[in-house]
Design a protein around this ligand. Sequence first.
Ligand SMILES: [Zn+2]
Length: 243
Amino acid sequence: MQKTLALVLKKQNLGETDRIITVLSPTLGKKRIVAKAVRRPLSKLAGHLDTLMLTQIILTDQDVLPRVTSAVLAEGFETIRGSLKLATKAFAITKLVERLVLEDVPNRQIFAVSVEALSRLNSEEKWSAIWLKYLSQLTDNLGVGLSNWRCLRCNEPVVDDASFVVSERRLVCGKCNEEFAGPTIPMATNSIKLLSIVRTKPFSMLRRVNLPTLNALQVEEILLREITDWMNRPWSEYGAIAR
Ligand SMILES: [Zn+2]
C-alpha cells in the first residue's frame, strides 16, 4: 500500500466503468493510476478523483498502473472548477507540470509550488502575478533561474536598456549588446524591473504591483524560454498556453 497526496491532472475512460487517472504526487512524481468502477453511480471514489482535485489516496503496490483503494478529497478547488475562465488558467499549470515532471521521479518542490499556485488562483488572486511567480519557481527548481543582475560581458549592474541572452540565460547591457553575436531578446526597462521583482520578492509583494501586459509578456517569455530550453522544446509551444 502506498499513501500519498495527489493532484489530479487528467483522466481517461478505461473499459465500461473504470478510469486511468494521471496524478501529480510529491513522492511518486507523475503517476498513472487506475480507478476501478469510478464511473458507476454509487462509486465511493467518484467525487474525489476529478480533474484539478487534490486528494489523499491509497494505492496498491504495483509499480505500473497501481489501483486506487481509497480516495479522500483534501481540496476541491471549487472556485476554479466552477469557472471556465479560471479552469482554463489552471490547465496552463497542469499542462506545463505534466510535461515537466517525469513518471516515478518524486519532486516535492514542484508539487508544492503547483498546489500553491492553484490555491492562489482558487482565491482569485491576480492571474499574471500567480503565473509569473509560478514560472519563476519552476526555473529555480530546474536550476536555470536567473539570479545574476550584472552584464555578462562588462559585469556592470544591469539597470535599463538590456537584453536577455538566450544561450547563456544571462543579461547583457545595451553597450555590450551591440557587439554581441548570439541571439538576444531586447527588454524594456520596466520588464527588467518586473523580472527582478518576480525573481527576488515574495508573492505578497508581487500581487500588489502593477503588471502592464507588455512587461508581463516579456518576463513570461524569458521564464518560459528557460523552462522549455531545459525540456528541449520550442518555447512558442507554450507561449499561448496561459491565455
Ligand atoms: Zn555590459
